[in-house]
Design a protein. Structure first.
Length: 103
């Protein structure tokens, strides 16, 4: 009986943690705001980098970790960078990194 109760309590605690993975309730909002201020998207033969609210510096890395290119994008504009098809990691200086597929 004690074992069943322990298992029940552990499963309830784990499910409660899964419902709210952001303890302060603000972390998720901060991540969404940062992600919406700039974007990187893979297209056919190019990666499009967009800076919405402020200037941004993007770094494009190959899947092996080699720095391919660093691009500065002015606020409210987009830049397309031609690259061979493949997998890339795009980093926005000090904020986020994303995997991008170019077909």
């Amino acid at each position: 009986m004690k074992r069943a109760l322990s298992i029940l309590l552990i499963s309830v605690a784990l499910s409660a943690a899964a419902v709210n993975p952001w303890p302060d309730g603000q972390a998720q909002q901060r991540i969404e705001i940062q992600a919406s201020s700039a974007n990187a998207a893979g297209e056919q033969g190019r990666i499009t980098l967009t800076a919405a609210q402020s200037d941004a510096v993007f770094s494009i890395y190959s899947i092996t970790g080699q720095l391919m290119r660093t691009v500065r994008v002015s606020a409210g504009t987009s830049v397309s960078v031609e690259v061979p098809r493949g997998f890339y990691v795009v980093k926005l200086a000090g904020q986020w990194s994303r995997k991008v597929v170019v077909k």
